[in-house]
Design a protein around this ligand. Sequence first.
Ligand code: 3HC
Length: 686
Amino acid sequence: MTNPLCTLSHEDGVAVLAIDSPPVNALGQAVRQAIHETMGKALADPAVTAVVILCAGRTFFAGADITEFGKPFAAPGLHDMFDRFDGASKPIVAAIHGTALGGGLELALACHYRVAVPTAKLGLPEVALGLLPGAGGTQRAPRLIGVAQALDLIVGGKPVAAAQALRIGLIDRVLEGQDMRAEAVAYARELVASGAPLRRTRDLPADLTPQEAAATIADYRARHAKSFVGFKAPGNIVRAIEAATDRPFEAGLTREWELFEELMASPESAAQRHIFFAERAAAKVPVARDCGEVAIASVAVVGAGTMGSGITLAFLNAGFPVTMIDVNPPALERGAAHVRATLEALASKGRITPSVRDARMAAFATATALDAVARADLVVEAVFERLDLKQQVFRQIDALAKPGAVLASNTSFLDLDAIAAVTARPADVVGLHFFAPANIMRLLEVVRGAKTSDRVIQTAMTLGRKLGKVAVLSGVCDGFIANRAMARRSEAADRLLEQGVMPWDVDAAMVGYGFPMGPFQMMDLVGLDVIGWDKENTAGRTVQEVLCEAGRLGQKSGSGYYDYDAQRRGTPSAFAEATIRDFAARSGQPAPTLSAQDIIEHLLFPVVNEGAKLLEEGIALRASDIDMALVAGYAWPVYTGGPMIWGDHCGLARIVAALDEQIAQGAPITVSNLLRTKAAAGETFL
Ligand code: 3HC
């Protein structure tokens, strides 16, 4: 009886194993079993001279089945299968299309030869899940492609295209790709006809002497030390590759497995795997199945400031023609110059080819009159963040845009419903909240107004994917998901300052937690006068007001919470310190002595609390959406998984107790009912 997951057919002495397990042919137990048995059958058949293994559907194996992680293991394992491959007395050829990733590429490495279609990509991306290739990848790859290339491939985690894979020796031939199966069978026949040896990757000689390998590895470690901070996987991967260079294959496998298991049990990997699934969950939003989508062939962006030009670039980079509109000609020229300079820079760095640059330049137009929105299927408003101004612009857009066009506002905290209400078509109005720089940051909050149609929401979610972003759906509220949650961190940080805790201690704790910078470093970067300072109504009531009044506006003025040198390197400021001490003295209480962990909890427990409120108010659909939004929008360290899963990890009862203590000390916060209920019931968010 044939197994539906793995069919076996014969073509003139070549056995073809075709695996079909949608959507991505993950190597779950049933698939492993099917391959193991079918391969056994093919190898035992005296009429078979060679075997080709390939996949049906959109891709070669995408790796081990991640949903099985953490569950009891069921045989056969990948190692059992690969032992059978290694022991074969006939050549096995992997024929790759789509992506060969993780355990999928490890399977190919355990074959004797590998061929791929030109569009195929091959990689060992386990590092992104906080793991390492645990099925021989760290032992076979260095033997096949050399230690230096293996370090790049496995620690970097970025898949390589077929042509590059051929160059580094990861595959043996790039097929034409017209008929992969026939071409792979022909290749297998060639091997048999030429008497090609059974090339077992495990038996290939090392490319470096042990001393050379040790030096290469030490150099790699030193060069990448900074980017490894906080992550556990890169260090373990390097150790596993080291084992490939200083001991026999079997002993290397044992070491690889120890290091793999250590990662699998680590909170860092649990967090990174959570984010993998969070990203995919975020794409699933409650809209009618048959709602359809608006076809977006052209885009107009209204406003040529920092956000407008960043948004324009995001769309251009995704292949959309964009007209950037600003009624102020000098502002339009500045924005357009930024767009063009960025495209030029991408080309000069080799990130895009000159012809792609030219195509994007050609797809870019500018206009000073708003009637240019009439041609667009999507209009994105990115004017100054003031409700009356945005309403005025939306009234005009409403009068000019074609029927059925999607009208989006890039507001970051205003009431989208109040904006939609000035139009005659609130069902077509949606929030598209980009994070600066809009062409770089991965988060796109799709804001659903009270009247936004399913069709428009679905369109926006699809657009997010086309832009290469993670789209997260948010309801309407002040600040939406990411800004609202993180505002609580800033407030908590300010409260510490009022008690006499120094900004550099707060920032150091946040950097230690894994953020690229702390809240006061961020304020200095953005400008103290930009967020939360009213020039007309300032009276030295807060540390920020005093600093602003003294002209200490942050990096741009050479001083803020820190003093800056000509290279914009900050050092603790005596002025800021004296101001903070002065404020703290008024309370009559001595400044608290806080450890970095105390500061982390003081700042981030309120974020968890706000996340709970976002859930109970229905602003966020799921806890994992909040985690995803903060990881993608605020560089929340991915190895902690975001505030909600981190909160689970800390213990919700502990968080409630700590928040109650802050409240007792006068913090103007309230604890979310959902958080209290879950804490009392011993539950978690995820
Ligand atoms: N295991 C289980 N499910 C997987 C999976 C995997 N390895 N890879 C993808 N899926 C699931 C996704 O969760 C998604 O499920 P859903 O439809 O229920 O949300 C579905 O397959 C489709 O995935 P995408 O939405 O991501 O589809 P794309 O076409 O955009 O991307 C892909 C396809 C490039 C294969 C992408 O899914 C991907 O990068 N997958 C992960 C690859 C990976 O990390 N492999 C290593 C696994 S760990 C490993 O192999 C350990 C080994 O060394 C022992």
